[in-house]
Design a protein around this ligand. Structure first.
Ligand SMILES: Cc1cc2nc3c(=O)[nH]c(=O)nc-3n(C[C@H](O)[C@H](O)[C@H](O)COP(=O)(O)OP(=O)(O)OC[C@H]3O[C@@H](n4cnc5c(N)ncnc54)[C@H](O)[C@@H]3O)c2cc1C
Length: 460
């Protein structure tokens, strides 16, 4: 007899495990099925390992700037095996903790590849066994994988994805990164700090093309200081691997030598064809189609996270997991405005944004004012010798509400949570107290400036 659960979740990434725990908290009997490692992309080859490597890289840069802080340091040399060990230990520790956490909620973890064979029926296959379970509701949280460029397919040795890039055996001499989006720029920072000659090749006209153009321009300038070359409006057409380093040819005719070619041109949903066919699931191109309740076209089958292609962010998956979990356990909620899910890039300096961008507002014909404030005018940022960047706050002149915040600068990824709280508010920012001196005062200044009330900006 097949085991029966109220809810079965396929995939244990941020979407899957969050949905499973929330359903269990609401009293459901839950199974989560995982074919690989608990924690999914985020924990094992995404957010956590990349941020751990970035933290080592940041420490190295801080030491290299120690003289500016009045400290003499002989030299700082990255010990790559130890940096890797630290990263692996961190990931393994979190994976153990997460496994225990899931089990502490009495969620059954089942190892194997799950295929939905009919509504409420799942077949699970692992190396050692084949089983079937039944579930009242099913949540698909099968995530995503790196997109391959057909003319330069991944070989795991020279042409690699972010997964391999997180675990290289040695610091390479040179690397071409194809794609100047979030993952490409973060990996560029890791390796440039370690001493690799990094070249980013981006097909569009700027780095981080999903954000306003001032951000891409600023990042290009900052990357130059890190020794990163950014080639925008350029495409890689082939990689000749007969020599080492490989020869990377661009459409422009330029040739670059590189030990590794890291392809970061986006991710594609991991959708099991067998499940799609068995359920006759409605697709939206390569991603699963859902309504605002996260329900697919099949009653009792929900989908969340990267498999929807909505945010490709772990906290986007968390938000969708919350909606699906509430709905499968008797609630009735809808996903809120996606633009209110903050976007964060952990580069040097960091980038973050939430709500509408200035360029979006302009294209929608909205009458807006932009408040600006610069990190170089902030006391704490100067104390830390981290004065690059600025914060821009977009105010709707008609409603007086704050529509969006974009920032580049140190700890931008931490400040964006506070910025989210300002979106939609007409709150009198002048009456909100921010501690002094803190980097967060740059946000207060920019918001005040959006209302023409900045204390520390000269009159316009
Ligand atoms: C290098 C890198 C850095 C990133 N950094 C950040 C960051 O800083 N912040 C951020 O918000 N996001 C970041 N992301 C994105 C983030 O990792 C993803 O958005 C997030 O993991 C998506 O969660 P998910 O639950 O949808 O899918 P995933 O985390 O991909 O999990 C899906 C799981 O489903 C399992 N699975 C798939 N099919 C089946 C099946 N048939 N049966 C059983 N199991 C199955 C997979 O093995 C996997 O474990 C990063 C991604 C990468 C690659």
């Amino acid at each position: 007899m097949a085991e029966k659960y109220d809810v079965a979740v396929i995939g244990s990434g941020p979407g899957g495990y969050a949905a499973a725990i929330r359903c269990a908290q609401k009293g459901a009997s839950v199974a989560v099925i995982e074919k690989d490692l608990i924690g999914g992309t985020c924990l094992n080859c995404g957010c956590i390992p990349s941020k751990t490597l970035l933290a080592s890289a940041h420490t190295l840069l801080l030491i290299n700037h120690a003289k500016m802080m009045g400290i003499d340091v002989q030299s700082a040399v990255p010990n790559w095996p130890n940096i890797q060990k630290r990263k692996e230990a961190g990931v393994a520790g979190f994976r153990k903790g997460l496994t225990g956490l899931i089990q502490s909620h009495k969620v059954k973890i089942i190892e194997g590849r799950a295929i939905v064979t009919a509504p409420g029926k799942i077949s699970i296959e692992s190396d050692s066994s084949k089983t079937e379970i039944e579930a009242g509701n099913i949540i698909l949280a099968t995530g995503s994988a790196p997109i391959e460029i057909p003319s330069i397919p991944f070989d795991g040795k020279t042409v690699i994805s972010s997964k391999e890039a997180l675990s290289l055996e040695q610091i390479p001499e040179s690397m071409v990164i194809v794609g100047g989006g979030v993952i490409g720029c973060e990996m560029a920072c890791v390796y440039a700090a370690m001493g690799t000659k990094v070249t980013i090749v981006e097909a569009l006209s700027r780095l981080i093309p999903m954000e306003d153009s001032w951000i891409g321009r600023l990042m290009e300038r900052e990357f130059k200081k890190l020794g990163i070359e950014s080639l925008t409006n350029q495409k890689v057409i082939s990689v000749d691997k007969t020599t080492l380093p490989a020869k990377v040819s661009l459409e422009s005719g330029q040739e670059i030598e590189a030990e590794y070619v890291l392809v970061c041109v986006g991710r594609r949903a991991t959708v099991d064809k067998e499940t799609v066919d068995a359920l006759n699931l409605q697709m939206n191109g390569p991603v699963i189609s859902v309504d605002k309740k996260m329900q697919t076209n099949i009653s009792g089958v929900y989908a969340i996270g990267d498999v929807l292609g909505t945010t490709y962010l772990a906290h986007g998956a968390f938000a969708e997991a919350e909606v699906a979990a509430v709905n499968v356990t008797g609630g009735d909620i809808k996903i809120a405005d996606y633009s209110l899910i903050p976007r964060a890039v952990y580069t040097f300096p960091e980038i973050a944004s939430v709500g509408k961008t200035e360029e979006e507002c302009n294209s929608e014909g909205l009458d807006v004012s932009i408040g600006r404030s610069f990190f170089k005018a902030n006391g704490r940022s100067n104390a830390h010798n981290e004065t690059t960047g600025e914060i821009r706050v977009v105010r709707d002149n008609t409603t007086n509400k704050i529509l969006g915040v974009s920032m580049v600068g140190s700890i931008a990824t931490e400040l964006i949570g506070a910025a989210r709280a300002l979106i939609g508010s007409k709150e009198k920012i002048t009456e909100i107290s921010f501690p002094h001196p803190t980097v967060s005062e740059v946000l207060k200044e920019a918001a005040e400036d959006a209302f023409g009330l900045s204390l520390h900006n000269p009159p316009k």
